[in-house]
Design a protein around this ligand. Sequence first.
Ligand code: CAA
Length: 246
Amino acid sequence: MKKIALITGSKGGIGSAITSQLVDDGYRVIATHFTGKLECAQKWFDENNFNPEQVRLFELDVTDTEQCAERLAKLLEEEGTIDVVINNAGITKDGVFKKMTAQSWKDVIDTNLNSVFNVTQPLFATMCEKGGGRVVNISSVNGIKGQFGQTNYSAAKAGMIGFTKALAAEGARSGVTVNAVAPGYTMTPMVEMMKPEALDYIKDQIPMRRLAGTEEIAKAVGFLVSDAGAYITGETLSVNGGLHMQ
Ligand code: CAA
């Protein structure tokens, strides 16, 4: 029987690479997409030559607590189990704090942090009852070191790390591991959206002098969810080319 992994934000840069990695590793992936984005998701599915056994597209608004509870309970019934949860959905609304609107703050916290509660909560109890499972939260180097212009994003990504440690303590005795991966600057549409001068400034600070490839982040996730990761829990694995060392 294939293990089943649910990945939020699966057609984004890192999400797409994680989906491909887990499909290659033999998982069935439930790939969530935002409300009204089925056409876009279908295009992504076709372009990647997935088949319905490998990847199931699943509409989910990760910011909507009630919808997540309802739809994920139904998903559990339909699929029988979810073995792996990857909380990857995330957005940026960068701006210096003095000018940041309450809406930009709320949108980023809702999508990047509250989503982690909304998606993990309906699935975690079943993992514990079954006696095993994996949760991986995609945080960021900027949640560890803080980033100019990203108070909202850094707060959310740091919150994911605190959540990871606390839930790891709760899941440990049931064999459910909870870890975070903290990517550095990665070749994704999110990073391409940055002001070129801001990105150049950051690139100069990366000891490896390059951005990460999305597949480099996906491999770290693949490792944590594999049997090889069974005794690793509550950790944050940095994949940042040396941009920040703890
Ligand atoms: N540290 C200190 N000062 C800085 C700075 C930094 N890192 N970056 C900019 N400043 C200074 C500037 O030099 C400037 O100073 P002066 O007014 O004296 O000239 C002042 O702050 C204003 O800077 P900007 O001109 O850049 O201001 P802006 O309002 O046009 O833009 C911003 C603000 C959008 C936040 C822009 O600075 C920016 O894009 N910063 C980068 C944010 C970033 O790293 N985002 C990552 C997105 S990708 C991602 O998040 C994925 C991931 O996980 C890694």
